[in-house]
Design a protein around this ligand. Structure first.
Ligand SMILES: *[C@@H]1O[C@H](CO)[C@@H](O)[C@H](O)[C@H]1NC(C)=O
Ligand SMILES: *[C@@H]1O[C@H](CO)[C@@H](O)[C@H](O)[C@H]1NC(C)=O
Length: 562
């Protein structure tokens, strides 16, 4: 538009104001006489000015078109219809491509096109195969907070996906051993303790979060294909890239010898339990973890195990929408899932073997006795503990873990011994799981290097769930710990409270996360400029947190501890 206007002389413009863009475009370009008085420099300047104007004009035009299309779609489909449409329109252009229409086609025809395999994986028909079994015990509904009032106000359709998910979608499945190549380390890694991203995270504070209004996972690419197939055994709609950080899959070499690796992994993925016409219900286990023992050429898998840890009292975060809006109509809850697990039935075995004369013997011959394979014992030449490997994985997922976070009672013991203070975080959901309450905190201040340094120097850190401390408080067998838990809970308010405590449990200072975030809240236009993701320059939230910790140290001095 801007360029069109420039083509017209000022005379033309004053006489016949253009009625619309089309008429304008047909206007005659400036004659040679008009252009001749312009200096070369001026023309260059004009050119520079016109290019961004033109770009701006096109962008403006596109935005306006998109807005118009959006309004039309809303009129045609209504809010809920548009919501479903948008859940398929992954590139948000308000048109559906065949790729975007695929989930609906599959639903209507009942025919799923063949899964596209990663080109890198060569399927060797002579290779070994591995059978995995899936086991599951459904989420205990009575562990959900909303169950306390009998799910009052929760529509039946919201929980339908959760209530009906009682067993694994695919109880048993056979894979070729070579597919597990996806877990092998990249070329530059190979030592015990080395870590890498199998599926890298694409999220950071700048990219924000992935949208909630999706029902069907995007087609997996490359190494994602295996993780997708594995998690599909539990539920048909796994999203192997979770909406929120932490996202992706990481791995660490726990042990090795000349032929084998033992690789420990950790996956942050989630499931979409509802399907059209119900609103989305996101089921996000704290993590999936496990290990694989495989040969260095991925021709043989000795052992495979993948599971959701059950050692915390709550291990699943759930978020569901109850309206056709991306963010406002959202419910959150947490609960306990007793079992979600995949395990290899036996080591991978060849599909057929040759006898002494070179004839094929089918190892799965129905008639005869099954052939017994004998597997050599694996002796590791180099290894670290499972615990240590787990910690390596935590540190690449969460830089804040460069400082250890100890369990509640251990933290007080250590603080006593080292004459330090306890930096304690009490939350409704878990800090290192995907639960929402710890998210903001973790992704900003706790990862910033000045905070890490101060915590490392003067504090013993710990985080706990409200529910865990409530159980601890109720435990009459351990009055000392019960008292410490009580002192903590007295100072707690929803959703997250950060505290500084003396080793004997007295809280000397505390701050609520919501209050803290209000204190450090920034206007949206400032955000990009001043927000620091994991270190580097100081941002307001880092300095506020440093102040909080320093005030804690000062207040502790009044008790003559420091
Ligand atoms: C914590 O302090 C110890 C020694 O004081 C040091 O070796 C270590 O690197 C520090 N860690 C961090 C994350 O600052
Ligand atoms: C902890 O120690 C301080 C200082 O010695 C004391 O003032 C405080 O009362 C103690 N708190 C508890 C809970 O014993």
């Amino acid at each position: 538009m801007a360029a069109d206007v420039d083509k017209r002389s000022s005379e033309d413009r004053s006489k016949t104001p253009p009625r619309n863009g089309h008429q304008n475009r047909e206007g005659s370009p400036p004659g040679p006489g008009k252009a001749s008085w312009m200096s070369r420099g001026f023309r260059a300047l004009l050119l520079f000015a016109v290019v961004p104007l033109l770009a701006f004009g096109i962008k403006y035009y596109q935005d306006a078109q998109l807005l118009k299309r959006h309004e039309e779609s809303l009129k045609t489909l209504g809010a809920e219809g548009l919501f479903l449409f948008s859940s398929l329109d992954t590139d948000h252009d308000l048109y559906l491509s065949p790729e975007e229409f695929k989930p609906i086609a599959e639903k209507l025809t009942g025919i799923a096109p063949p899964v596209e395999f990663d080109e890198e994986v060569i399927h060797d028909p002579n290779g070994e195969t591995l059978t995995l079994e899936a086991k599951m015990q459904p989420l205990l509904l009575n562990t959900m907070t909303k169950s306390k009032d009998g799910f009052l106000g929760v529509t039946h359709s919201s929980l339908s996906g959760l209530r009906s998910w009682k067993s694994p979608a695919v109880p048993s499945s056979t894979f070729s051993a070579s597919q597990f190549r996806a877990f092998l380390p990249p070329k530059n890694k190979g030592e015990v303790g080395d870590t890498w991203w199998v599926i890298p995270s694409e999220l950071n504070i700048f990219t924000g979060y992935l949208p909630n209004n999706r029902y069907h996972p995007p087609p997996p690419k490359g190494k994602e294909a295996l993780i997708h197939s594995l998690l599909s055994m539990f539920h048909p709609r796994p999203f192997i890239k979770s909406r929120f950080a932490p996202q992706g899959t990481v791995a660490c070499i726990r042990a090795s010898n000349d032929f084998y690796y033992d690789i420990v992994f950790r996956i942050h993925a989630e499931f979409q339990l509802n399907d059209v016409p119900d609103f989305p219900f996101w089921f996000t286990p704290g993590q999936f973890t496990g290990n694989i023992i495989l040969s260095k050429d991925a021709s043989h898998v000795r052992h495979f195990h993948l599971y959701v840890p059950t050692d915390r009292s709550l291990n699943v975060d759930m978020e569901w929408l109850y309206g056709a809006s991306e963010s406002s109509n959202m419910e959150v809850d947490i609960g306990y899932l007793p079992q979600l697990e995949l395990q290899s039935v036996s080591p991978s075995t060849p599909s057929f073997i040759l006898d002494q004369d070179g004839n094929i013997i089918d190892s799965r011959d129905e008639g005869g006795e099954p052939i017994q394979f004998v597997f050599e014992e694996i002796h590791w030449t180099s290894e670290i503990s499972r615990q240590e490997a787990t910690r390596h994985l935590e540190v690449i997922l969460y830089p804040f873990k460069k400082v250890s976070y100890l369990p509640f009672s251990d933290a007080f013991e250590r603080a006593q011994a080292e004459k330090k203070l306890v930096h304690s975080i009490l939350l409704w959901g878990a800090l290192d799981d995907q639960s929402c309450s710890g998210r903001t905190l973790r992704e900003t201040v706790l990862e910033s290097s000045p905070v890490l340094a101060l915590l490392n120097q003067s504090f013993i850190s710990s985080w706990s769930l409200v529910k865990e401390l409530e159980d601890m408080q109720a435990d009459e067998e351990n009055p000392v710990l019960s008292k410490k838990a009580r002192l903590h809970l007295e100072k707690y308010s929803f959703p997250v409270e950060m505290m500084v405590a003396l080793p004997n449990g007295t809280i000397v200072h505390h701050i609520n996360a919501n209050y803290f975030l209000d204190q450090t809240a920034m206007k949206p236009e400032e955000e990009g400029a001043t927000f620091s993701f994991s270190g580097g320059f100081e941002d307001p939230s880092t300095s506020t947190y440093i102040n909080f910790l320093k005030e804690g140290l000062e207040k502790a001095k009044e008790y003559q501890i420091q």
